[in-house]
Every structure is written in structure tokens, then in C-alpha cells.
Write a protein that binds this ligand. Structure first.
Ligand code: NVA
Length: 308
């Protein structure tokens, strides 16, 4: 049986995303079956983490399984040990590998050598678990996804890529305002456009945050400097200075707009101080929903997977 990995939102189809959202909602209401009893996952992290680490750990515990956390200092993929060897060893012990890497290529290498599912817990290209949890948060607040419009303000980064794909699969219109040189890459856009052609989503790119957020249902932003880009932080602060989400920008969206951010936030940079406490903010519900969505995802991937 072929192993089903989850590196990209686009590894799922629209029906599967909908199923995961429904399953996660049930689990959130206290119905988490212990379907992973006797199973384990390795949580293999090259970068720091709060939400991802804790939510995957607790997700496994609630599903009856066992997580083993491996910190950035412990494994040293590609330094102390090659990615191919790490994958071939870990899959002899565990039933799944949840990995956070700098390079997306490292995840691809893991999939090439692993006989158990690899789950992307953030790479430089995508943050798919975040985008699925965000889709759940939007669904809970709006009662639907199709025909809503989400505006992403800022860097065309991993979080933006996964949100774009999730929106394109679920019929959410996607606006993005990024400074020149920091837009979503062409290959990602063309992949999303193909998905959007079936779901009916519209994708619009602009350099103007005000145009992007006008009359939208959701305003979303993320840090200007992602993990691994720290040497560019000063330059990025200058380039992105007109891309802050603040109350004035939010007021251009619909009256019942949701404000979203994956956290960690840099208060005073991509968001104005205090914005997380704005009545429109659903940021902490987003963080909570990582747990519920990932329970549904792990149950889907691991309860059907075969050990190699
Ligand atoms: N774009 C950010 C997201 C953190 C959850 C990063 O990659 O650092």
C-alpha cells in the first residue's frame, strides 16, 4: 500500500479538506476516539516551536498514541546524520514523522526514504497544518467557506502559500498584497489557479493593502521575517513598513471581518500593538484549532497507514 504523506495542502482535495474540518469539529466537541492506541510519532524539529510542538504532542496523547519529541539540537538532519538515514531509522520505530524543516527539500528527502507518513509541520515553502486549522476557524465563525474572501497582507511566504492553496480548494476568494519582490512565486500561483478553476475561487494580487482588504471577510497577516531569514530582518522592516495590519486598515473590510495571524506575532511590526485583543481577532481560536485539526489529520493518515 502506498504511504500517504502530507507535505502540501494540495496533497488533499476539496472533499478531504471538508471531511477533516467536520471530523475536527466533532473532536473539538469531545468526541476523540483513541484510534491511535499503540501507535507513535516522532516530532522532528529543526526550528523552534510552541503551538506546533504542543498541539501535536497533545493530539497524539488524546488519540491514545505516543509522541517522541526530537529538538533541533538532537538530530542535526544533514549535519550529524543525512536525511535519508534519519528517515530510514525513525520509520523502524514509529508510525509517522511530523517534521519542521528549514528546506522543503528535506521533507521531500524524508518521504523518499520513509515507509511511514511524513507530515509537514512547517517548511520554507508551506505550513499546511496551519492553513487547515485556519479553514476550520473561518468555518466555525462564518458557517461556510465558499464565496468568502480572505485578504493576506504581507510576505508571500510559507503561510501565504498554504492559505492560498486551501482557499483555492475550498472556494474562498484570495487577495494578497505584498511588496514588489515578495510576492507569491509563479509556480505556486499556477498550481493554485488550477485548483481555483474547479472550486470557483478568485485570486487577486496587488501591491496595495487597502485595495486587498476592501470589503473582505477575513484579514490575515504573518511576520515579515520568517524563521531562517533573521539576517534580512532590518531590510524587511523597511520594505514592509506600509504593510502593517492595524485598526485603520481593518476598518476597510466588512463590519464582521475576522482578523487572523498564525503567531508568533511581532507587535508593532506586522500588527499594531493590541491588535490581538481587537474584538475581530480570532487568533487564539486559530491556535486552539491546530490541536483539533491535527487530531483529525493524524487519525486519517495513521490509522490507515501500513508499516513498511
Ligand atoms: N512564516 C513564519 C510562520 C511561523 C509559524 C515562519 O516561517 O517563521
Amino acid at each position: 500500500m502506498e504511504v500517504k504523506h502530507f507535505l502540501s495542502v494540495a496533497d488533499l482535495n476539496g472533499d478531504e479538506v471538508e471531511q477533516l474540518i467536520k471530523q475536527a469539529s466533532l473532536m473539538k466537541r469531545g468526541n476523540t476516539p483513541r484510534v491511535l492506541s499503540g501507535k507513535s510519532v516522532a516530532l522532528l524539529f529543526e526550528k523552534p516551536s510552541l503551538r506546533t510542538k504542543v498541539s501535536f504532542d497533545i493530539a497524539m496523547e488524546q488519540l491514545g498514541g505516543h509522541p517522541v519529541y526530537l529538538s533541533p539540537a538532537e538530530v542535526g538532519i544533514g549535519k550529524r546524520e543525512s536525511g535519508s538515514d534519519v528517515a530510514r531509522v525513525l520509520c523502524r520505530y514509529v508510525d509517522g514523522i511530523v517534521a519542521r524543516t528549514f528546506s522543503h527539500q528535506t521533507l521531500i528527502t524524508l518521504t523518499e526514504y520513509s515507509s511511514v507518513p511524513i507530515v509537514n509541520a512547517l517548511s520554507d515553502l508551506e505550513h499546511p497544518c496551519q492553513a487547515l486549522a485556519d479553514s476550520l476557524t473561518i468555518y466555525e465563525n462564518k458557517g461556510r467557506l465558499a464565496n468568502l474572501t480572505l485578504a493576506f497582507v504581507g510576505d508571500g511566504n510559507n503561510v501565504a502559500n498554504s492559505l492560498l492553496l486551501a482557499a483555492s480548494l475550498t472556494g474562498v476568494n484570495f487577495h494578497i498584497a505584498s511588496p514588489s519582490g515578495y510576492e507569491i512565486k509563479k509556480e505556486m500561483l499556477s498550481q493554485a489557479r488550477k485548483l481555483a478553476a474547479s472550486s470557483g475561487s478568485r485570486i487577486e494580487l496587488t501591491g496595495d493593502p487597502r485595495a486587498a482588504v476592501k470589503d473582505v471577510d477575513v484579514v490575515y497577516t504573518d511576520v515579515w521575517t520568517s524563521m531562517g531569514q533573521e539576517t534580512e530582518a532590518e531590510e524587511r522592516r523597511r520594505i514592509f513598513s506600509d504593510y502593517q495590519v492595524n485598526e485603520k486598515l481593518l476598518s476597510l473590510a466588512k463590519k464582521d471581518v475576522l482578523f487572523m495571524h498564525p503567531l508568533p506575532a511581532h507587535h508593532g511590526e506586522e500588527i499594531s500593538p493590541g491588535l490581538l485583543d481587537n474584538p475581530h481577532s480570532v487568533v487564539f481560536a486559530q491556535a486552539e484549532n491546530r490541536l483539533h485539526l491535527q487530531k483529525a489529520l493524524l487519525a486519517k493518515l495513521l490509522s490507515s497507514s501500513n508499516r513498511g
